[in-house]
Design a protein around this ligand. Structure first.
Ligand code: PEP
Ligand code: MN
Length: 379
């Protein structure tokens, strides 16, 4: 059960003390307090865990400091979308909004290689009005002899170049909690020219100890990729690990499933799950068409498979697109064959805008058809 306090009520208010007195007398209930500080207000939520079925929702709601009580199902308590749950979706980070109603594109390098390539990428993004990118510094590789990423040493110049070109958020995978400290330190040393969204890759979706550590820090939002060989439910529970430790600024990433049926794509595209995850949770949804498709193959209609699946995700309401680009894919140290060229960036963005507009028109159409249904049902 979640008790949402009124905006002006904090831990120090008399209303809070009154509520705590009532709750502390309830048997077998553990209380966890979560405070979210936004630009205009601090939102305080109290999580009640244990024998909550015996609690009287109306009694708690009648207390002066309480705005609302939400009875949650067992699953995805914090990130889930519950009955009567009108809590907002999403968050703002470094002046960029992430929620279930908008769309951000993160085009960039799968792996950071040279300062020249990073600068070419950042400049192209700025020239096309983009403020987000992807840049892998720590690369989890199948083969131990493959390039593992430049790691901490590239962070200062990557961050400085991002600042130079007005990039506000870089999606960057980490594979170990020490990487968090390295990112923090590099941002500090360079004067915070940009922001970082920490990415947990598909190979670490169920690395629970890493999830707990990443969840305990509140500085960086997190992009959690769906595990490529586990159920959706298991991946959503992994996201809940982050939130249960304190960080609820989580974006959920669909990146295709490992399956022989995916051939000739690298992974089986799972963007049909965009509306499903929106229904089950309040997380913004990211799609990764590059790691789903894994090639620059093009259909006879002239459209790249990567663009086709991007459009499929966006027309279904995706909120973030994570996509590989490279100024010289033949020189890329990781995933060159699936990277799009900088010259393709404006066309890729225009194609996304077409799909997004179609999605917004579909939403309006659904609203109209909903009205017709309600009239027909006489409600
Ligand atoms: C990536 O985005 O660079 C990546 C390795 O993705 P995934 O974890 O989905 O394979
Ligand atoms: Mn990759």
């Amino acid at each position: 059960m979640i008790v949402v306090l009124k905006p002006q009520v904090t831990r120090h208010s008399p209303e809070f003390a009154e509520l705590m007195t009532l709750l502390s007398h309830k048997p077998n209930i553990t209380i966890r307090i979560h405070e979210e500080t936004g630009a205009h207000r601090t939102l305080t939520e109290i999580y009640l865990i244990g024998d909550t079925v015996l609690l009287d929702k109306a009694e708690i709601e009648s207390l002066p400091g309480v705005e609302r009580v939400v009875r949650v199902t067992e699953e995805y308590r914090i990130l889930g979308r519950h009955h009567d749950d009108t809590r907002p979706t999403g968050f703002e980070y470094n002046a960029v909004r992430f929620d279930q109603n908008n769309l951000n594109v993160f085009a960039g390098l799968c792996a950071v290689d040279t300062p020249r390539h990073v600068e070419m990428m950042m400049k192209a993004l700025r020239d096309h009005g983009q403020t987000c990118t992807r840049m892998g510094a720590y690369k989890p590789r199948t083969n131990p002899y493959s390039f593992q990423g430049h790691g901490a040493q590239c962070l200062p110049w990557v961050f400085e170049l991002a600042g130079k070109y007005g990039i506000k958020v870089i999606a960057m995978e980490i594979t170990h909690d020490s990487h968090l400290d390295e990112i923090q330190e590099a941002l500090h040393h360079t004067g915070h020219p940009t922001g970082v969204m920490v990415q947990i890759g598909t190979r670490n979706t169920q690395n629970f100890e890493l999830l707990k550590i990443v969840g305990r820090q509140r500085e960086f939002p997190v992009l959690l990729k769906r595990g490529f060989g586990i159920s959706l439910e298991e991946s959503l529970n992994a996201a809940e690990y982050l939130a249960s430790e304190g960080n609820r600024n989580v974006v959920f990433g669909l990146r295709g499933m490992k399956s022989g049926a995916a051939e000739p794509h690298r992974n089986f595209v799972d963007f049909a799950h965009v509306p499903v995850v929106k229904r089950l949770t309040r997380m913004p949804i990211c799609i990764d068409p590059s790691h789903s498709v894994g090639s620059r193959d093009r259909a006879p209609d002239g459209i790249l498979d990567v663009s086709h699946v991007t459009a499929q995700g966006v027309i279904a309401g995706a909120n973030m697109v994570l996509v590989d680009f490279h100024p010289a894919p033949h020189l890329a140290l990781v995933d060159g064959p699936q990277a799009l060229l900088l010259e393709e960036l404006p066309y890729f963005l225009e194609d996304i805008a077409i799909a997004r507009e179609a999605y917004e028109r579909r939403q309006k159409l659904a609203a109209r058809s909903g009205q017709v249904l309600r009239v027909a049902e006489g409600s």
